[in-house]
Design a binder for this molecule. Structure first.
Ligand code: NAP
Length: 283
């Protein structure tokens, strides 16, 4: 069994990015700028936003966090996004989810300029991904594809099972594996005989949000297992959807939690922002 070390690969990618960023600034005078909009006081969001800011600054980016009260109106948020879309110095815009109930998430995501949509959630970017011509893509599945590539795991011709069908992980993951020529099954809470379906997978991606749900009976001998889950154990420890200790003897590769998929997500977000910045041409 080999551990897919997302922490190490993310560090390597961020270091490479810092070098490319220094070159972009020196040669073209462009400094990638990521703006994160945070509405309200959600404690988990505060932590995510701080981590993104730290990573962006370390890569040599300009990082702006715009904080607004829980009572912000949808109209004000849409007006802010219109301004950021026009601002030539802003390359990536990310609205931290969840939003308070008075603000419609779909309206907000659709108001971001697709080229600045570094989360890849705008329907334009979803369509580009599914038509095989991706522009900006969701960072978590992109990070998983980068991990597979790093360890020489080629999905072509393999049977892949993705458990979870969210717009941010499961669905784009399925499409990226399909684009890499895997034969893909997407499973979810209504799937019958889930363990049997999962056991068919050469590559099993689990994104359901239930601590240690996946044990050895869900895993084929020699499978590659990717654990996206981030859950709290009753003792308050961060745990994945996969019971790592219980499956590790059965699998060929597996991601740990923490240190697997999580760190790759931020690295890929920075890569998308760099991409957006390097495509701009100052007037
Ligand atoms: P989500 O929107 O809640 O979606 C969960 C999916 O899992 C749904 O499609 C649901 O099926 C399915 N599901 C739930 N219980 C199931 C069960 N018992 N059997 C089979 N399928 C089941 O979650 P998400 O946003 O995709 O996130 C999933 C997990 O990944 C969470 O732990 C989250 O914290 C983590 N996450 C990690 C990262 C990272 O960077 N590491 C990024 C994003 C998310 P239905 O559609 O039928 O309801």
């Amino acid at each position: 069994m080999q551990v897919l070390d997302g922490k190490a690969l993310a560090l390597k990618k961020r270091k490479g990015l810092a070098e490319k960023t220094a070159q972009l600034l020196a040669k073209q005078g462009i400094k990638p700028c990521l703006v994160v909009v945070l509405v309200g006081e959600n404690p988990a969001s505060q932590v995510y936003v701080r981590n993104k800011e730290k990573a962006a600054v370390e890569a040599g980016f300009e990082s702006r966090i715009l904080r607004y009260p829980e009572t912000m109106t949808e109209t004000d948020l849409l007006a802010l996004l219109a301004e950021l879309n026009q601002d030539l110095e802003v390359h990536g815009i990310l609205v931290q989810l969840p939003l308070p109930p008075q603000i419609r998430e779909d309206f907000v995501l659709e108001a971001i300029d697709p080229s600045k949509d570094v989360d890849g959630f705008h329907p334009f970017n979803v369509g580009r991904l599914w038509t095989g011509d991706p522009l900006r893509v969701p960072s978590t599945p992109a990070g998983i594809m980068a991990l597979l590539e790093e360890y020489g795991i080629n999905p072509a011709g393999k049977k892949a099972v993705v458990i979870g069908r969210s717009n941010i992980v499961g669905k784009p993951m399925a499409e990226m594996l399909l684009a890499a020529d895997a034969t893909v099954t997407v499973a979810h809470s209504k799937t019958e005989n889930l363990a049997q379906v999962a056991r068919e997978a050469d590559i099993l991606v689990v994104a359901i949000g239930r601590g240690h749900f996946i044990g050895p009976d869900f895993v084929k001998d020699g499978a590659v297992v990717i654990d996206v889950g981030m859950n709290r154990s009753p003792e308050g420890k961060l745990i994945g959807d996969v019971d790592f200790e219980a499956v590790k003897e059965k699998v060929s590769f597996v991601t740990p939690v923490p240190g697997g998929v999580g760190p790759m997500t931020i690295a890929m977000l920075l890569e998308q922002t760099f991409q957006a910045a390097s495509e701009t041409h100052p007037e």
